[in-house]
Design a protein around this ligand. Sequence first.
Ligand code: GDP
Ligand code: MG
Length: 151
Amino acid sequence: MEQTFAMVKPGAVQRELIGEIITRFEKKGIKLVGLKLMQMSEELAKQHYAEHTEKPFFDELVKGITAGPVVAMVLEGENVINIVRTMAGATRPSDALPGTIRGDYVLDTGKNVIHTSDSKESAIREINLFFKKEEIINYSLATETWIYVLP
Ligand code: GDP
Ligand code: MG
């Protein structure tokens, strides 16, 4: 099973959208295997967004993601990296389709409520950046046989 990293950004915590966002993943059948409310440090924010260091919006990005608590999570399921990204919706609000998280809750790229890993490599990197091994829980859900065609 694949794992991915997702984060409810500070604006969405303030807007009380934590439950709404997690509910979407649960209803899809995706399993939560790691979850924490945390305040990101500037150092962690810079590491997390390292690929954007040279972008004109980098300072704003670091400031925004450290502006308040976030909810970090590790999600597990078949093809979850792509599925979770599709459920989050496009980066630009005008491209984010209704039915996606951003399509339903976002008007400004800089306040786009959720982060999701964009590849296998970023998923591994981001999971390790936010979670210790023992903070990721391996368990079964009773519903799994109704969600997957198992061998
Ligand atoms: P994501 O993977 O869809 O989150 O998008 P990116 O990795 O390209 O960018 C990271 C985050 O930077 C986005 O989620 C936005 O919050 C922010 N961002 C991206 N492009 C812009 C921009 O042009 N202006 C501003 N202010 N923020 C941006
Ligand atoms: Mg990205």
